[in-house]
Design a protein around this ligand. Structure first.
Ligand code: CAO
Length: 423
């Protein structure tokens, strides 16, 4: 048995943010029914295509463990089918542009009327306020949520990060809201509306930077490298380069081979508790007791010199050797791993964090599996559906339409061309 077995999800999501949420629900055992525009489908099916004629990796890697029904929700018969789906499902998830669902005739009030037990979950770029009607993509959310202004180096422009905190980050937030609402429904019998704005989710992940904004009002941020370098602070949390957010001095340092390998680097933290071990490892035992080095505050204006010395040592080792030598001593270090190295890590396949998936159009590909492990709800990653692959099955088995009714629905243009079992 899976944790969410028996829960039906009407998946009205597209692109990245919403699909990451419903994919998680699918991995936890929910029956996820993805509603897609006939003949078109989720736009990502045809974005960044690498195998002509096949669904892209963008789509396949975000839509595992789902069934696909083609349905025109603007067609009258299509609206009737959608109404039946709303009656039948426990959760509706959507991330259309603001107002799109209302324009289809399915406001939250109408949805509640159809099914008072349903949980309707929405992602929008912004919460209520002056930007509520904006369409929003990943990097806009990273910028508006405070991440970009605090990422990069103090003397450079703002930077976005490769981690999709606006899209996948918001999908995660929404997923938590949905399971919480399902839990509350157990007691109240009522559904509710769950919303997660991308700006809010990014800001939540940048919580420590809002902490620093308030600390800045009472004095300089002493753990930031720029303090030790004597650079003045402005009135907003600055970009912190590779400083660690927790206040322990840390940097990214070159390792053996850095001249030719863009990822031959390690992250290195000089936590106060292991300072003496750091001094021994790099061959500077006198720094353990020397005035100006012995205490964390005394070291703040010497961090550049200290890290340059540590880097002299890390450059004699590979990033893996640094890890192997420092880890047993509890010195926190971490190799900078490339996507290529990660994709070849057998340990990640053993835990299901990476999976190989077979797909009828594109063959085998590597995907990231479920990053959350439940001891009593195993995750089996099932390939993403082809467009409309389950239209007949969902109309018949889930909604109970007879064969002749399904033919009539197809004739009305509400669904795409029905696929035979052989297709
Ligand atoms: N049948 C008929 N019409 C359908 C349909 C279906 N099955 N599915 C979608 N549509 C229609 C919508 O109703 C909408 O029509 P209207 O404009 O007439 O209301 C239209 O398709 C386009 O939807 P959209 O505006 O959501 O799509 P877009 O490509 O223009 O915008 C995006 C994409 C992501 C910017 C926008 O949806 C958005 O801002 N979403 C909220 C924030 C978000 O999730 N951003 C993350 C983006 S990356 O993950």
């Amino acid at each position: 048995m899976k944790a969410l077995e028996g829960i039906k999800v009407l998946d009205f999501t597209h692109v990245q943010s919403g699909p990451t949420c419903t994919q998680l629900l699918g991995w936890f055992g929910a029956d996820v029914i993805k509603v897609e525009r006939p003949g078109v489908g989720d736009a990502t099916r045809q974005q960044l295509v690498d195998v002509p004629g096949a669904d892209s990796l963008y789509f396949t890697m975000l839509n595992h463990n789902k069934r696909s029904i083609e349905l025109n929700s603007k067609n009258e018969t299509g609206k009737e089918v959608l109404t039946r789906l709303i009656e039948t499902c426990d959760v509706l998830v959507e991330n259309f542009a603001p107002g799109a669902l209302d324009r289809m005739g399915f406001s939250w009030e109408r949805i509640q009327e159809i099914n008072p037990r349903i949980i309707m979950a929405s992602i929008k770029g912004f919460g209520p306020g002056k930007y509520q009607d904006c369409k929003v993509y990943e990097n806009v959310a990273q910028c508006a949520g405070g991440s970009a202004s605090t990422t990069g180096f103090v003397d450079g422009p703002p930077l976005v990060t490769g981690a999709q905190i606006g899209d996948s980050g918001t999908g995660l937030h929404l997923c938590l809201g949905i399971v919480t609402a399902l839990f509350q429904r157990e007691k109240t019998g009522r559904g509710q509306k769950v919303t997660a704005a991308m700006q809010d989710s990014v800001l939540n992940l940048c919580r420590v930077k809002m902490r620093d904004q308030q600390r800045l009002e009472v004095g300089p941020l002493k753990e930031y490298s720029q303090f030790g370098e004597g650079l003045p602070f402005g009135d907003a949390t600055p970009r912190a380069g590779n400083d660690s957010g927790g206040g322990q001095p840390g940097r990214i340092l070159k390792c053996k081979g850095w001249e030719n390998d863009p990822n031959a680097y390690t992250y290195f933290i000089i936590q106060a508790a292991v300072w003496e071990k750091v001094c021994d490892v790099i061959g500077e035992p006198d720094w353990k007791t020397e005035e100006g080095f012995a205490t964390p505050p005394a070291r703040l204006d010497k961090l550049n010199r200290i890290f340059e010395r540590i880097e002299e040592w890390t450059m004699t080792k590979t990033k893996y050797e640094v890890m192997d030598l420092c880890n047993p001593m509890d010195i926190p270090v971490g190799p900078i791993l490339s996507m290529k190295e990660i994709s070849e890590d057998k340990g990640l396949y053993a835990t299901g964090t990476l999976v190989k998936v077979d797909h009828p159009e594109r063959g085998e590909y590597v995907s990231v599996g479920c990053p959350i492990k439940l001891s009593d709800s195993d995750v089996e990653v099932v390939r993403s559906p082809l467009l409309g692959e389950h239209t007949t099955e969902i109309l018949g088995d889930v909604l109970g339409y007879s064969d002749s009714e399904i033919e009539a629905i197809a004739a009305s243009g509400a669904v795409g061309k029905l696929k035979s079992a052989a297709e």
